[in-house]
Design a protein around this ligand. Structure first.
Ligand SMILES: NC(=O)c1ccc[n+]([C@@H]2O[C@H](COP(=O)([O-])OP(=O)(O)OC[C@H]3O[C@@H](n4cnc5c(N)ncnc54)[C@H](OP(=O)(O)O)[C@@H]3O)[C@@H](O)[C@H]2O)c1
Length: 247
């Protein structure tokens, strides 16, 4: 198995895309830290699912926008498995409003989790990834960070911000042999998207050349490649997984 013995911390991995990534990496032999903010029951189910498939996992509660929580998550990781080899910054939220109606609080909330969480987790696990043999940082951005999206000025700004951050950390990591990359999913079948009204969803799907939403496995397969040694010479990139939305 390609991830045998590697320790992976995946933020926001009790459900949605993060859960898909966690199970995929667990199946490949990784030790997985399932991070959750509020989905405690789902986090324990995710641990059970990975362990029943023969893998190793532990749950760690942390709000990624809270530095002390993230430091505690590192302790949980170190106690269970030792240093983190792969960090996937996946936790993210939206707070959509047309820009003229958007409050400063909605702007700040989205920045605090999507960018602030990435800042906290990357800094707290930086030394682990640096010291790992071929450490990996993988940031989950979005097609919305490239294209923008009506009513998502805060989210689009946060998701584009991930691109510049990732390229910079890629440069800083390069001397030590670790890499940093972004994955930019298109619209994916999780709570974040399936909660939109059917007529909006139909309009979204009509604009996807492959004529379907992504499944979490579509995103997880690309993350697995970036997390593995197969991607040793790929760094500072944004990999689109969007069914051809920018063709
Ligand atoms: N779905 C899409 O179409 C799509 C497309 C492009 C990019 N993305 C990105 O992919 C990532 C995952 O999205 P998703 O669709 O799986 O979203 P989701 O179903 O809404 O799940 C969000 C996840 O983020 C976690 N989370 C939110 N705030 C957190 C915080 N402060 N601290 C720790 N965890 C937190 C949630 O944990 P709890 O449940 O424990 O609170 C949950 O696990 C996000 O970064 C999103 O922006 C999604």
């Amino acid at each position: 198995m390609s991830m045998d013995g590697r320790t992976c911390v995946i933020t926001g991995s009790a459900r949605g895309i993060g859960r898909g990534i966690a199970e995929y990496l667990g199946d490949e032999g990784a030790n997985v830290v399932i991070n959750y903010r509020s989905s405690e029951e789902a986090a324990h189910e995710a641990v059970d699912a990975i362990e029943s498939a023969g893998g190793s996992a532990v749950a760690a509660q942390a709000d990624v926008s809270n530095r002390a929580d993230v430091e505690h998550m590192r302790e949980v990781c170190h106690e269970a498995f030792g240093q983190c080899d792969v960090l996937v910054n996946n936790a993210g939220i939206t707070a959509d409003k047309q820009f003229t109606e958007m409050s400063r609080e909605e702007w700040d909330r989205v920045m605090d989790v999507n960018l602030g969480g990435m800042f906290n987790c990357t800094q707290v696990f930086y030394d682990d990834i640096w010291n790992a043999h071929e450490g990996r940082l993988i940031n989950i951005s979005s097609v919305v960070g490239k294209q923008g999206n009506f009513g998502q000025a805060n989210y689009a700004a946060a998701k584009s911000g991930m691109f510049g951050f990732t390229r910079t950390i890629a440069l800083e990591f390069a001397k030590g042999g670790s890499t940093a990359n972004c994955v930019a999913p298109g619209f994916t079948a999780t709570d974040m998207v399936t909660s939109v009204p059917d007529h909006v969803l139909d309009r979204i799907i009509a604009e996807i050349p492959l004529e379907r939403l992504a499944e979490v496995e579509d995103i997880a397969a690309v993350v697995r490649f970036l997390a593995s040694e197969d991607s040793s010479y790929v760094t500072g990139e944004v990999i689109d997984v969007n069914g051809g939305m920018d063709l």
